[in-house]
Design a protein around this ligand. Structure first.
Ligand code: PEP
Ligand code: MN
Length: 337
């Protein structure tokens, strides 16, 4: 349920409404829109009679919300959420560009790629230290050593780090060392992990599960937000369909759909969506046209010898070309890179 206050309602009127709702054991999510206050009511709202609320001065409308997600719902917070890490921004007018290898492999590799993607216009560095691999026999990542190498690359370039957390065991370490914690597709419904990162203040990049519906994905964001961390960035990375020609099927419709349903920023990862390097640039441009708030792109200086996802990684020179084109598209869409 949301309670929309009249444009000229006073803070005292808002406080009165808030108090009556809270006295029934429900929680209020208060936000101030461009012209008025909006009170999102969280909990079992069946115990409230909307007509009684309309009797309060200052109340304009009382609307029942159908969707099960509340804090992530645009009705509760009409303005876009913007996630800012130092000078790198995702959301609103800002297109955030996250680039780097699938896995951190060595200091030379991560530092060289970090410098090159930064020069091309990336504003975040990605790189997996803990890798969720389908096979236990595949490279699992350099783990904590990989995290140290990411920190070195950050020192060299100033780029904030985005990297995947798979286990609750390392939360404290990630909070200390990582700028944006990635939750991978396979862990999108690891509810214990979601709750625990929800108790931190570190921005979270929440990738869409392999077969997750948009509602399931937003409910996972809700798990994080309900614990207090509202800095969530959604990332569409392709979903499973009957089509096997490409690695996954990029659901570009998720961009306008999420924009309609939620205030959270949404970025696209065309690398994992298509699974092939040649698909990355066209889908990156299409993503920006569709209204995405950013991109996550796998870039490798030696794709042929990459320890993971070489086939979908583009070279630094190709990333530069992609960025030059993305900047033109972004300008058409009124976005800043
Ligand atoms: C990744 O970004 O490195 C990754 C493993 O992606 P996903 O969780 O989308 O498969
Ligand atoms: Mn990868």
């Amino acid at each position: 349920m949301i309670i929309v206050m009249k444009p000229k309602s006073t803070e005292t009127e808002v406080r009165k409404v808030k108090a009556i709702v809270e006295s029934k054991g429900l929680e209020i999510n208060l936000s101030k829109g461009a012209t008025n206050y909006i009170l999102g009511v969280i909990g079992d709202t069946s115990i409230i009679d909307p007509k009684k609320l309309l009797a309060f001065s200052g109340v304009d409308k009382v609307v029942k919300v159908q969707e099960p997600f509340k804090k992530a719902n645009r009705l509760f917070k009409p303005e876009n959420t913007v996630v800012k890490v130092q000078n790198s921004i995702i959301g609103g007018k800002n297109l955030g560009i996250i680039a780097g290898p699938c896995s951190v492999e060595s200091e030379e590799q991560i530092v060289e790629i970090a410098k090159k993607v930064k020069n091309a216009g990336a504003n975040f560095l990605r790189g997996g230290a803990f890798k969720p691999r389908t096979s236990p026999y595949s490279f699992q990542g350099l783990e904590l050593d990989g995290l140290e190498l990411l920190k070195t690359a950050k020192q060299e370039t100033g780029l904030p780090i985005v990297t995947e957390l798979m286990s609750t065991d390392y939360i404290d370490k990630f909070v200390e060392d990582v700028d944006v914690i990635q939750i991978g597709a396979r862990n999108m419904q690891n509810f214990d992990l979601l709750k625990q990162i929800g108790r931190t203040n570190t921005p979270i990049l929440l990738k869409r599960g392999l077969s997750a519906t948009i509602e399931e994905w937003l409910m996972s964001a809700e798990y994080i937000m309900s614990e207090g961390n509202e800095n969530v960035i959604l990332c569409e990375r392709g979903i499973r369909t009957f089509e096997t020609y490409t690695r996954n099927t990029l659901d570009l419709q998720a961009v306008p759909a999420i924009k309609k349903l939620s205030h959270l920023p949404i970025i696209i990862d065309p690398s994992h969506a298509g699974g092939y390097a040649y698909l990355v640039e066209p889908m990156a441009k299409a993503s920006v046209i569709a209204g995405a708030d950013g991109l996550m792109i796998e870039v490798h200086n030696d794709p042929e010898n990459a320890l993971s996802d070489g086939q979908q990684s583009i070279r630094p020179e190709e990333f530069k070309t992609l960025m030059d084109k993305v900047k033109i598209v972004a300008e058409m869409e009124g976005k800043e890179v």
